[in-house]
Design a protein around this ligand. Structure first.
Ligand code: PLP
Length: 220
């Protein structure tokens, strides 16, 4: 076994234990392997270990990692988990299978017009700035209902919410808040939890946990 497949087993065991504790079905929890700032060798190791769901936080870097590889792995899914500039919508729609960071109307405009042009469409998540931190991306909780309506009008399907809790606060409070918001709007997916807190996220209902360093090791 390689280091990455060992790490994966450890993470999966923890997910299984947390799911059991929460009385949740394991098959509703997806491990998103965050490959940002990892080497091609480590990425290949993850692929060889059978992993097929990856997250990247920058469009340019995602192309460097995946443009050549993706066609060779038909089941592979890529999620964008970092902020997206509207002028990168062309590249984002072409490469990704889900954008988890929708947070403003002009991004919805750019993505829906690109999806039409490319004849490609996929459901996305809205990122919520649950801590209402000024420097952080994500929509404020109070503005979520309007953005959901806007997405509906524009024909962008939203089937989940994503958050990154403030570093200094207990993440579980933010996880359960995000879950409440998702329930209120009938959204099935919740992307929350990273290397340091994914078990708490599973206990709070996460369907997508985004794990980088615990899986791949330290970033470059
Ligand atoms: C980097 C990153 C992660 C993964 O962080 P780790 O602590 O390495 O697991 C998860 N989510 C987002 C949005 C990230 O940018």
């Amino acid at each position: 076994m390689t280091a990455i497949s060992e790490n994966r087993t450890i993470i999966q065991d923890k997910i299984r234990a947390a799911a059991k504790k929460a009385g949740r079905d394991l098959s509703t929890i997806n491990l998103v392997a965050v490959s940002k700032k990892q080497t091609p060798a480590r990425i290949q190791e993850a692929l060889d270990a059978g992993m097929r769901l990856f997250g990247e936080n920058r469009v340019q870097e995602a192309y460097e990692h995946w443009a050549a590889l993706k066609p060779s792995y038909p089941g592979l899914k890529l999620h964008l988990i970092g902020p997206l500039q509207s002028n990168k919508a062309v590249e984002a729609v072409a490469l990704f299978d889900c954008i988890e960071t929708i947070d403003r109307p002009n991004l919805v405009d750019a993505l829906t017009s690109e999806m039409k042009k490319q004849g490609k469409s996929f459901p996305c998540f809205i990122q919520v700035n649950t801590g209402e931190e000024p420097q952080k991306s994500g929509i404020l909780p109070a503005d979520l209902p309007d953005l959901l309506i806007y997405c509906g009008e524009k024909g962008l399907k939203i089937n989940g919410l994503m958050c990154m809790p403030p570093a200094a606060e207990p993440p579980a409070l933010h996880f359960s808040f995000l879950k409440k918001l998702a329930q209120r709007h009938g959204l099935p997916n919740l992307s929350m939890g990273m290397s340091g807190d994914f078990e708490k996220a599973v206990l709070s209902g996460a369907t997508h946990i985004r794990v980088g360093t615990a899986l791949f090791g330290e970033r470059e």
